[in-house]
Design a protein around this ligand. Sequence first.
Ligand code: ADP
Length: 439
Amino acid sequence: MAELKLRNVCKIYPNGALAVDNFNMDIADKEFIVFVGPSGCGKSTTLRMIAGLEEISSGECYIGTRLVNDLEPKERDIAMVFQNYALYPHMTVFKNMAFGLKIGKTKKEKRDENGEIVKDENGEIVYEVVTDRKGNPKFDKFGKPVYKMRKYTKQEIHDKVYEAAEILGITEFLDRKPKAMSGGQRQRVAIGRAIVRKPKVFLMDEPLSNLDAKLRNSMRSEILLLRKRINTTFIYVTHDQTEAMTLGDRIVIMRNGVIQQIGTPKQVFDDPANLFVAGFIGSPQMNFLPGTIAEENGTYVVSTYGSVTKLSASYAELLKNNAVSDGEIVVGVRPEHFSLTCKKSENSIPARVSVYEMMGSEYYVHCILEDDREVIVRTQVHGMDEKLQKAIEESGEVHLSFVESVMHLFNKESEESLSYQKPAPIKEEAPAVKAEPKE
Ligand code: ADP
């Protein structure tokens, strides 16, 4: 369990590519954070810098109060689960999971006053001679045997592996080798290997992307359960917005190495900071319509395709805070927020149905506007008016309308939301302690 702080973290690869640009974020203890964005946006690089697998070009990364920039991965109290599982094929599941517990730091020989090797309270040898594959002891350059410290007794390792295996429901597979297991089971072993170490921070890099769609859905809910059971800090990388929305306490949306928005799933869905976030979060994606905005009698009037909306005082207030002036804008409306009718109303936008997708309880109706722009409307099948159903199925005329509360407005040039209230910059506190690399 630990909080994290990332301050002005940048990554420039040796070839000059700026992969991460000024990443700033505070992550609370036990928070589940998801980094999401299209391929190449810098999610994995950020995660790998936190893990210590990639050097931080500039900026600072703190885990707890320790500045970890110069610490080795194994000194950071983190565990990482990768997309490709990285299991040892020749080892059983038990051994794969126990592996991380067995490696110890090589220590000088430690004997008591009688010359006997030190043992723990269970009589287990804590320090043992390192041997080669044939069981012969290894010697250092001075001809002295090399000793290694065991971190845990055999019983402790057994208990830890069984505890993790039970959490993940893989106890019955502990004697199997990875090749005799399905993709989902292997992924559970990889997660198990990370759990046994009880890390302060759990890092996961696209852990489900090698699984088929059905398994991905069930593993997603398993990760939610896992999170409840092991309750530590999680950072999870994915390109899949559904995964991000369902798993994250907060989501970090990235593009070209730059954070676009940090917020809860509800915040980024309801109040996207810019056109990119608006289009990335939600499926099918938000529709964007060209429009104009004009200040009139102390409020604003938004027009698009003949639909004219006079903004309420509270909406106008948000725009005033952002010093919005008259001009061309982009109006965003999510597919589920349009209402579809056969009858024209005062503010409706006329359209013609091109095709529709039957999704079971919903139709995704593709509508063509007067200038050939396509918009997608999601509408419930149950209880639908017969005339409207006929219009949808026979590519007829329809009318689209929406209310102010579901309307998103963006600056056409900067692509920023006109109503988004930027969060205050992160407050700096007293400098944290710099951790010295261990001997
Ligand atoms: P993501 O995880 O979002 O797909 P990455 O963090 O892997 O993105 O990559 C971010 C950017 O850095 C990309 O433009 C990628 O091509 C570049 N990049 C990643 N790894 C390296 C590397 N080892 N050397 C040079 N450029 C790299």
